[in-house]
Design a binder for this molecule. Structure first.
Ligand code: ATP
Ligand code: MG
Length: 414
């Protein structure tokens, strides 16, 4: 451990990568607003109880991945591993349940103590949406359509595939759960220790196991689709029908699960094969039981979260940095005039960079290094004539322009 290294699983995001992140977040936010999903933010940390209750004490996140610490008053705090629990908490503590339906967009850092690798960090970032108070399949469809639209806007939709499943209503779920307990109960000796422990408390999670032996058993396990009651089948058929109407392609994946009891009906994931093992880009579903689990009124909900790092990696072209105007004073007499001029340009809406020191050649080099589009050179001659020399750094062409006409002339370089 070295105090001069970033903590394992965390990293600095320098400007080029930051621009990718910003494109992801800003595009998503703008598209979300068109659907009426407005941005909100919950605190980065919450009482641990918020996550323990909602994620369930058998989930990987709660059992292994949470950053939890005690603070002075003995309160137990956790850095948020995801944002749905925080939004549900806000719904109750902010008295928002009176204003349903609500549509929220969020973006920000999340924290999970897992093994770092490409596309998997301990501090990562998510964008996400939550639709609260809508019980109809149309809600699921709109939330998925919004996700697809964002992926299209980012130009990565064609690199992804939508996988879709249903987990049914609570009644269907109870039936399915019983079938799983019976099936896995006959194969205890072949199961991982983790999964044996899950059998009692949360057999659905076994379907999600990464263990080789478990996976072989899972391949022959009963399917949820065979345990759906009529109401659940109708709900899912409606979701599929409307997705078809919108031309959103999907692949049915009966193995796609969410392990927790408050998940109902639709579960979906946009995945890609361009990121190696970390193929999940955007994941979501319906969570009608969540708010009640937290002690609130029964409130239907559906949403998704997507990894900003993974989306940023999928982007084809990193957006370019803005190309500034380089202001280059020549001779000490021009320094103050150059400072004033630079400020004037910035207030006029230009990105302008003032060469601080060194000879004119050095400053010109720096102008090229920061990708300046044009240099404004201020020497004693120019000052005497109340003018500047404009050099087009792409063509090398040069002209003298009076200071009064400068901003107008520069506008063509924007
Ligand atoms: P995975 O299967 O990759 O572990 P997950 O099921 O834990 O994903 P969710 O909790 O559904 O993921 O989070 C939604 C999205 O957040 C994921 O699809 C992924 O893009 C992103 N994500 C999750 N965990 C990480 C992480 N540790 N580092 C980077 N991105 C992550
Ligand atoms: Mg995970």
């Amino acid at each position: 451990m070295s105090a001069l290294q970033p903590v394992r699983g965390t990293r600095d995001i320098l400007p080029e990568e930051m621009r990718r992140h910003r494109v992801v977040v800003e595009s998503a936010r703008a598209v979300a607003e068109r659907y009426g999903f407005l941005e909100m933010a919950t605190p980065v940390f919450e009482f641990s109880e918020v996550f323990k209750r909602t994620l369930g004490d058998t989930s990987d996140i709660v059992t292994k991945e949470m950053y939890t610490f005690k603070v002075h008053e003995g309160e137990e705090i956790t850095l948020r591993p995801e944002n749905t629990a925080g939004v549900a908490r806000a719904l109750m503590s902010g008295g928002l349940a009176q204003q349903l339906p609500l549509k929220y967009f969020y973006a920000g850092p999340m924290f999970r103590h897992e093994r770092p690798q490409k596309g998997r960090q301990r501090q990562f970032h998510q964008i996400g949406v939550e639709l609260l108070g809508v019980a109809q399949p149309l809600g699921d469809v709109e939330v998925i359509a919004l996700g697809a639209h964002i992926l299209q806007e980012l130009g990565v939709y064609d690199a992804t595939r939508l996988e879709l499943n249903t987990l049914g209503d609570p009644e269907s779920r109870r039936g399915y759960r019983a079938a799983l307990v019976e099936y896995f109960g006959d194969h205890l000796e072949a199961m991982s220790e983790d999964s044996r422990a899950r059998l009692e408390r949360n057999p659905l999670r076994i379907l999600d196991s990464k263990d080789e032996g478990d996976r072989r058993l899972v391949a022959d396990a009963p399917l949820f689709t065979d345990h759906l009651n009529a109401a659940s089948q109708d709900f899912f058929a409606e979701v599929c029908k409307e997705l078809d109407v919108l031309g959103i392609a999907y692949r049915l994946n009966p193995r796609l699960v969410r392990g927790l009891d408050y998940y109902t009906h639709t579960a979906f994931e946009f995945t890609t094969d361009r990121l190696g093992a970390q193929g999940a880009v955007m994941a979501g579903g319906r969570y009608d039981g969540l708010v009640e689990t937290m002690g609130g009124p029964p409130t239907p909900g559906v949403g998704w979260a997507a990894g900003v790092e993974r989306l940023a990696m999928l982007l084809q072209d990193a957006p370019a940095a803005p190309r500034p105007i380089a202001v280059i004073p020549i001779g000490s007499g021009a320094a103050t005039a150059a400072l004033e001029l630079t400020q004037r340009l910035r207030h006029a809406g230009f990105a302008a960079d003032l060469g601080y020191g060194g000879n004119p050649g050095k400053r010109m080099k720096r102008a090229n290094k920061i990708g300046a589009r044009v240099a404004v050179i201020l020497g004693e001659d120019e000052l005497a004539a109340n003018a500047a020399t404009l050099r087009d750094l792409d063509t090398g062409g040069q002209e003298r322009v009076s200071l009064d006409a400068l901003t107008e002339r520069l506008a063509r370089y924007r």
